[in-house]
Design a protein around this ligand. Structure first.
Ligand SMILES: C[S@@+](CC[C@H](N)C(=O)[O-])C[C@H]1O[C@@H](n2cnc3c(N)ncnc32)[C@H](O)[C@@H]1O
Length: 330
């Protein structure tokens, strides 16, 4: 325990080198976790008052439309809107991802193709569907046991044009190079922010945990970059604080992929990371209702004419989520 606390203190000193007070508040949020904000995204026009939510004036101005923050104690799963698949619950920090993807919205083609490379249980695909209304979402998950919940959630929220797959990111890059207008990488990470939710996560600050995750993230990011169409976007997010897994991972990618450029997200200016020379955004548990998160939006240079694109190759679209059942064919 003493070693874990020391590692946390070291991390706090790296994150907030100029303020002992801020280091202490950050540590307090991890060591004495309190209740955290829960958000919902509406898949249909929101029905004010149906689920008890906080007034928008009380919330950060970067909250995207269709997203509300639920009053503490409200059981979202018991609401009629949840049962009808009209809302999906999100950790407040996930809202950062939704907010960042809005910056890509106006530059996406009609019928945009989205790849969610690390998709289960489906929160980011559902957010992207609500906020961007794409033509196709390919939600990929490498862990077989997580595919069921992913398909269940996409189906419950009636995500049109969603397909699932269980492929290694390298395989997707091989099958569909440059094929997507937006690739979401909500990367597996050391999950340091889980502590702020009161979830035990032993060793999450240990250098070997961080190093192992950073290696995996580098592999995923390299493949993700290959799937993005010229002029398309890559949105990288994590729920951890480690510099190496966040700003460091992107710095490394940019060394080998100078065709990608980090994009400014003006409405997230107040969350700009002080730890990168490029625009990247962080949520901290002592500053916001969320447990913590990181987001960076990259754009690939060049242009693609969507009308001239090849269709996606068959194995990628083998598992549509809302395929008509045999009953519909009668
Ligand atoms: C942070 S979670 C994704 C959460 C999801 N995006 C959501 O919003 O509901 C990271 C996911 O990456 C998957 N993953 C683990 N190793 C991976 C790898 N090598 N390549 C791609 N995804 C991986 C995990 O199984 C996990 O489902």
């Amino acid at each position: 325990m003493a070693e874990a606390t020391n590692l946390m203190k070291k991390a706090a000193a790296t994150l907030f080198p100029d303020s002992g007070e801020e280091q202490a508040s950050f540590l307090h949020a991890l060591l004495a976790p309190g209740p955290r904000g829960n958000a919902i995204v509406w898949m249909v026009p929101p029905r004010p008052g149906e689920i008890e939510t906080l007034p928008r004036e009380a919330l950060p101005d970067w909250l995207p439309p269709l997203i509300e923050v639920v009053t503490s104690g409200v059981k979202i799963g018991l609401s009629e809107a949840y049962k009808q698949g009209e809302v999906y619950p999100l950790d407040f920090s996930s809202v950062l991802t939704g907010s960042a993807m809005l910056s890509a919205r106006d530059s996406l083609p009609r019928e945009a193709r989205i790849l969610d490379l690390c998709a289960a249980p489906g929160g980011k695909s559902i957010l992207a569907s609500a906020l961007l209304r794409p033509g196709l979402i390919l939600a990929n998950e490498v862990e077989g046991r997580r595919l069921g919940p992913l398909r269940h959630n996409l189906s419950r929220c009636r995500i049109a044009a969603a397909h699932t797959q269980r492929l290694d990111p390298e395989e997707i890059a091989r099958l569909a190079p440059g094929a997507f207008d937006l690739c979401l990488v909500d990367a597996p990470c050391s999950g340091q922010s889980l502590l702020a939710k009161g979830i035990e996560n032993l060793g999450c600050f240990h250098p070997s945990t961080v190093k192992g995750n950073a290696r995996r993230q580098a592999r995923i990011l390299a493949s993700a970059a290959d799937t993005v169409a010229p002029g398309g976007f890559l949105l990288y997010t994590t729920c951890t604080f480690s510099l190496r897994e966040n700003e460091g991972a992107i710095e490394k990618l940019l060394e080998s992929r100078p065709d990608f450029v980090p994009v400014e997200v003006p409405h997230l200016a107040s969350l700009r990371s002080a730890l990168a020379p490029f625009p990247a955004y962080r949520v901290y548990p002592h500053r916001s209702p969320g447990a913590g998160g990181f987001a960076v939006l990259l754009r690939r240079g060049g242009e693609t004419d969507p009308a001239l694109r090849e269709p996606l190759s068959p194995p990628l679209l083998d598992y549509p989520v809302n395929a008509p059942s045999s009953d519909d064919e009668v």
